[in-house]
Design a protein around this ligand. Structure first.
Ligand SMILES: Nc1nc2c(ncn2[C@@H]2O[C@H](COP(=O)(O)OP(=O)(O)OP(=O)(O)O)[C@@H](O)[C@H]2O)c(=O)[nH]1
Ligand SMILES: [Mg+2]
Length: 295
């Protein structure tokens, strides 16, 4: 039987027959339903949006996480292991995904849960934090908490330079891991954004460095760390094997390191001031706003 015959499959499939109409209608109505379930399933992430809270010891990470969880800070001890805490976005903060919703939309009133992972900041326990950088599913961002009161402003000299050096070194290592994630990615588009919030904490204290000054101090110090690492002076204690393939953070050449350079590798960095304790100072609302803008 040829394809143009009266009884062939093709002629029946295109002709005005009841069976053809029924089959076509069935496909037309069920296909969108199947498609919907397929796409909906594929897009629903299996874990909550997660933010990693990381930074030097004593910067106030645990205080921040408890404040976000309970609404009030409580006394803390030195953290020894990472801790995941489920918190929800306050109703006053709008998530970026709800930007176009009307004020009266009832879905705005629904709880928006997220996970905060508190990591220990002690020098010997930092591997916990660094390991989490690549192993966290649905990572939406990194909150790098710095004790702004432990960092001297450049005009007052080097009273406690170690606070700055420590904060810059740890941040340098984190940014380097994130940069490597981009440079070793297989796809040409690169991995998705991992925004970093540098939370300048303890701004309630009189001696604390304001956020813009902290930014320039950190940039300057990271440039220095980068150079020292390149000379191989700081590799002691980190094992010589991985010292070679450590790499250079940011743009090459003589130029100074700036956080802006990290945008090239899908890591936008923002420095925002705040304080967990004390009634003076700018509070934590701006940090919530930042979290909301990444959801
Ligand atoms: N004045 C002031 N003190 C703060 C603030 N935030 C935290 N602190 C104090 O800083 C100290 C250290 O806070 P933690 O939250 O334990 O620090 P951490 O970053 O978790 O430290 P590790 O667990 O060792 O990594 C505590 O005594 C807090 O009370 C703040 O905004 N202002
Ligand atoms: Mg802690």
């Amino acid at each position: 039987m040829a394809w143009y015959d009266e009884d062939s499959f093709l002629t029946r499939g295109l002709g005005p027959y009841l069976s053809t109409i029924l089959i076509t209608a069935l496909i037309a109505f069920t296909l969108p339903v199947f498609l919907h379930f397929f796409i909906f399933r594929a897009k629903t992430p299996t874990s909550l949006p997660t933010f990693l809270v990381i930074g030097p010891s004593g910067s106030g990470k645990t205080s921040l996480v408890t404040l976000f969880e309970k609404g009030a800070p409580s006394p803390t001890h030195l953290s020894q292991s990472p801790l995941s805490v489920r918190v929800s976005l306050p109703s006053t903060t709008k998530a970026a995904s709800s930007k176009y919703r009307s004020e009266n939309d009832p879905t705005l009133k629904l709880e928006k849960p997220l996970l905060l992972v508190d990591t220990p900041g002690h020098g010997k326990l930092r591997h916990f934090g660094l390991e989490h950088l690549n192993a966290t599913p649905n990572l939406k961002g990194i909150i790098y908490v710095v004790d702004a009161a432990s960092i001297p402003s450049s005009s007052t000299g080097s009273s406690s330079e170690s606070g700055l050096a420590d904060a810059a070194e740890y941040l340098h290592d984190i940014l380097l891991v994130l940069q490597k994630r981009y440079t070793t990615a297989k796809s040409s588009k690169g991995p998705k954004d991992v925004p970093v919030l540098i939370a300048a904490n303890k701004l309630d204290l009189f001696t604390a460095l304001p956020a813009p000054l902290l930014k320039t101090s950190l940039e300057k110090e990271i440039s220095r760390v980068r150079e020292t690492r390149a000379k191989g002076l700081l590799t002691a204690g980190s094992g010589d094997a991985d010292a070679d393939d450590r790499g250079w953070l940011g743009e090459g050449g003589e130029s100074k390191f700036e956080f802006r350079q990290m945008e090239e590798v899908n890591v936008p960095v923002q420095v925002v001031g705040g304080n967990v304790l004390g009634s003076e100072g700018p509070d934590v609302d701006k940090w919530w706003d930042w979290i909301g803008s990444k959801l």
